[in-house]
Design a protein around this ligand. Structure first.
Ligand SMILES: Nc1ncnc2c1ncn2[C@@H]1O[C@H](COP(=O)(O)OP(=O)(O)OP(=O)(O)O)[C@@H](O)[C@H]1O
Length: 257
């Protein structure tokens, strides 16, 4: 069974057809990218796939189950995690606490357990602390785990967002422009992080990215949107040669960033 299946999905805002006839199948462990010019419908598609927007038509299945009637937190519990275009960390909290907060959705203790610090509460809190520390170690951030997240360099904040998303044990990770605003060194770093995520966690990754050189290197398959329509889908080498893509996107001076 596919991890995710979007069938003829579309959404209309007022009179504007933002995404039309969007179809996508993700298999376990795949890394797929969505690209397209500004306003093409990439983020809107992400928002539908993660349950933030309800499509006007079509269906979205995660492991065979429709998400259309589910709330975002229920979809998250089905194994969906995402990062956003804009950084959404708790700037005043430590790096470690940021990861721990993201993992709270995995706890089963109640309010009373927390107030009375029951054994269940202490056991789960310790498990979270250990797992968050392991994740930070894996991505070489353990030495800065006590620093305030808001004081980290930009690239490290973006990396921390990916680690937070991983803390929820996702089956599918949606990354919305993980390399936005990064310099070349930071881009290389985030590419390594994504490669490591796939090696160590066997999860499916769908990403939106404007840095074409990065997309071409790491994606196995690319879907290209333009004015809400899919204009091409295929392996990076096919996409690079596709005349519609060149006209819509690559030809507008956004390649090779
Ligand atoms: N909540 C909304 N209400 C009305 N229109 C919207 C809404 N969200 C998106 N749109 C419109 O839908 C279209 C697609 O926008 P979207 O943000 O998905 O594009 P994008 O490909 O992610 O662009 P960018 O690369 O600039 O982030 C745009 O015309 C946008 O103005």
């Amino acid at each position: 069974m596919s991890v995710l299946e979007a069938k003829n999905v579309g959404i209309t805002f007022g009179g504007l057809r933002a995404v039309n006839d969007f179809n996508l199948t993700l298999e376990q462990g795949e890394l797929v990218a969505i690209i397209g010019p500004n306003g093409a419908g990439k983020t809107t598609s992400f928002n539908m796939l993660t349950g933030i927007y309800k499509p006007t038509d079509g269906d979205i299945l995660i492991e065979g189950q429709s998400i259309l009637k589910k709330q975002p937190h229920e979809i998250s519990a089905m194994g969906v995690a995402r990062t956003f275009q804009n950084i959404r960390l708790f700037g005043k909290l430590s790096v470690l606490d940021n990861v721990k907060v993201a993992m709270k959705c995995k706890t089963t203790y109640g309010f009373a357990d927390a107030i009375f610090r029951t054994q269940k509460y202490r056991r789960e809190e310790q498990m979270i602390e250990e797992k968050a520390s392991e994740l930070l170690e894996l991505f070489h951030m353990e030495k800065i785990s006590g620093l305030q997240a808001g004081n980290l360099p930009y690239g490290e904040q973006r990396k921390l967002e990916i680690i937070r998303a991983l803390g929820t044990d996702p089956k599918i990770l949606f990354l919305d422009e993980p390399a936005a605003g990064m310099n070349q060194v930071e881009i290389e770093d985030v590419m390594n992080v994504i490669a490591q995520v796939r090696q160590k966690f066997d999860i499916t990754v769908l990403l939106i990215e404007h840095h074409m050189s990065m997309v071409m290197k790491i994606a196995e398959r690319i879907k290209v949107l333009d004015f809400g329509e899919t204009i091409a889908e295929g392996a990076p080498e096919e996409i690079q040669k596709n005349p519609y893509v060149i006209e819509a996107y690559l030809g507008k001076g956004e390649s090779g960033q």
